[in-house]
Write a protein that binds this ligand. Structure first.
Ligand code: HPA
Length: 280
């Protein structure tokens, strides 16, 4: 692969072969963990840990709270691959690099992807500690991992994202949240480039555009997953009220510490949901 070329289909296939040769697990469900949400890892049994730096062509992570380890294990009866640590556009990665781990999971046999992230709450229902299941998104990152030279082995060039987030999984997720006593709602996520948080004026504008929660991730992975034909459930854990709505300054520390608590709720939610996730 040329030094300045983004990793493509052949590289993802090689990375997937490497992963599968280092574990007996044949994952059907993939989970991408957002900032501070590593608490769910305690649920995996017989887990193999593969550091990203050992996987061919995997980009490296740099943000505090993002470890950079792929875990393969059984969650209940379901074989699962968990990406602990993600790449963000604001770190300077190209969109195709951000989407690469998702594509590797697809090549490794994953059929259903759960993408999680921390987000700022814009809608009144979006209180810190609550969960938002994505109904739709606004991509305001100014980038798309499907842009650039097209390799038809990934899927279509012009991907239909009118139903990017699986309606049945959303329904099951709401049911599971009710059963666990976790506060949740469905809404629209707006993805911005970051890494600065938004201004109060930006949040007012985003609210008018229909955004319920704001973050700096998730959309690139979802677009790559949909192109590869995966079912997608995306969950934002609301760590703070967005700028101008919050009375206190925003901080990454706050995002991480709220994440720790919501991580426990997320683990309980996924416990209840995993049999459904494993069905496809
Ligand atoms: N804005 C953007 N990203 C975030 C926020 C926020 O308020 N909270 C957690 N991630």
């Amino acid at each position: 692969m040329a030094a300045n070329k983004s990793p493509g289909y052949d590289e993802a296939s090689r990375a997937a072969r490497y992963v599968l040769s280092h574990s007996k697990i044949r994952p059907r469900v993939g989970v991408i963990l957002g900032s501070g949400l590593s608490g769910v890892l305690g649920r995996l049994r017989e887990a193999d840990r593969i550091p990203y730096r050992k996987i061919p062509f995997f980009p490296k992570t740099s943000v505090a709270g993002h470890a950079g380890v792929l875990h393969l294990g059984n969650w209940g009866k379901v074989p699962v691959a968990v990406l602990e640590g993600r790449m963000h556009l604001y770190e300077g990665y190209r969109p195709a690099q951000v989407a690469f781990p998702t594509r590797v999971l697809a090549r490794a046999g994953v059929r259903t992807l759960v993408v999680t992230c921390a987000a700022g709450g814009i809608a009144p229902a979006a209180s810190p500690g609550s969960f938002m299941f994505f109904r739709d998104h606004l991509n305001y990152q100014g980038a798309n991992p499907l842009a650039g030279p097209h390799d038809s082995r990934w899927g279509e060039r012009f991907v239909d994202v009118s139903e990017a987030y699986d309606a049945r999984l959303r329904r099951e997720a709401r049911r599971a949240a009710r059963a666990c006593g976790v506060k949740c709602f469905e809404g629209v996520y707006v993805a911005l480039l970051g890494p600065s948080y938004e201004t109060p004026a930006e949040i007012r504008a985003l609210r008018c555009l229909g955004a319920d929660a704001v973050g700096m991730s998730t959309v690139p992975e979802v677009l790559a997953a949909r192109q590869a034909g995966l079912r997608v459930l995306a969950i934002a854990t609301i760590s703070n009220r967005a700028a101008g709505i919050s009375r206190t300054p925003l901080s990454h520390q706050e995002v991480l510490s709220v994440g720790k608590k919501t991580g426990r709720d997320l683990a309980r939610l996924l416990d209840a949901l995993m049999p459904k996730l494993g069905e496809a």
